[in-house]
Design a binder for this molecule. Sequence first.
Ligand code: HEC
Ligand code: HEC
Ligand code: HEC
Ligand code: HEC
Length: 204
Amino acid sequence: MSHYKKSLALGCLLAGLFYAVCLAAGGEGSVMSRIRQATERQDPHKQVTAPIPVPKHIVRTTEDYQGGAFYTLTRKGEISRFKCSSCHTGTKVTITNAAAMSHADIKVSHGPKGNPLSCNTCHSQEDRNLLVSAADPKIDFDHVYNMCGQCHFRQKKDWIGGAHGKRVTYWAGKRVVNNCTTCHDPHAPRFEKRWPATYSAPLK
Ligand code: HEC
Ligand code: HEC
Ligand code: HEC
Ligand code: HEC
């Protein structure tokens, strides 16, 4: 066979192969048609709807769980003094006791006994609208779990997995969980021990 004939034969062989692959990919009962069938839109009448509506104010967390996205309740809308920058403009305050006047209601009871955490361990000094951790100087209040998680990494891990902090929506649809500060007051996060509101009358 001449050199020319050899390459013509090879060309025909390749073209034939290509045609066969195209047939397999597009034809009846082909891989592509089976994929198409499998990914067909579900019948909406057969779908389970979420038992409770997904809350409006949620944010996608910065971490996924087992490859899946999950969401948490936002916080900024719940903080009465937000935006902090409406007062914290960077202008020097010359009034004595200004902090006590504006934030006297905040008593920190959080951290080692007798040595509570300082405001600036959690709040950014550069921008009061933000929280801080050793690793991240700019944490949005909505992602507060990342701030708490630098110290309470075990609880954060449990929270991501669903073992700490409750779900807001049930198992169908979007996974939405409470944020750390939905439950815990960051300035005094411990829940005091208490008796149940109602209890059985003592036995005689
Ligand atoms: C109504 C005005 C006002 C608002 C709103 C406000 N602050 Fe302040 N804050 C002050 C004043 C005044 C001071 C005392 C002067 C200073 O340190 O800048 C202060 C001080 C502070 C301090 C230092 C306290 C200390 O003991 O040194 C922190 C931390 C702080 N504010 C956090 C916040 C955060 C976080 C927000 C928003 C969630 C906020 N503030 C919103 C007025 C305000
Ligand atoms: C353990 C971290 C931590 C410490 C310590 C801390 N804060 Fe906060 N603070 C937070 C977080 C988180 C929020 C937002 C809470 C939320 O999501 O409702 C907050 C909220 C606030 C607010 C807004 C409260 C409101 O409802 O308007 C002010 C003001 C504030 N902090 C000031 C202070 C001051 C002043 C100190 C020190 C005396 C302090 N914080 C210490 C974490 C902390
Ligand atoms: C800088 C480290 C640090 C950060 C940030 C921090 N904590 Fe703490 N937290 C502590 C320390 C230290 C204790 C005291 C632990 C102890 O006494 O065993 C504590 C105690 C607690 C407790 C009480 C534990 C108990 O049963 O006595 C809770 C609840 C808690 N933190 C929640 C939070 C939440 C929620 C956040 C975020 C808003 C947060 N913490 C941020 C260090 C931190
Ligand atoms: C649904 C409400 C809820 C949410 C959300 C929540 N917690 Fe808790 N947390 C609790 C309760 C309830 C306890 C147990 C208090 C007790 O035993 O007295 C607790 C206990 C803790 C403790 C004490 C140690 C322990 O494990 O018992 C820490 C620290 C803590 N939480 C941190 C966090 C952090 C960090 C987040 C966010 C990543 C978070 N929590 C989210 C309700 C919540």
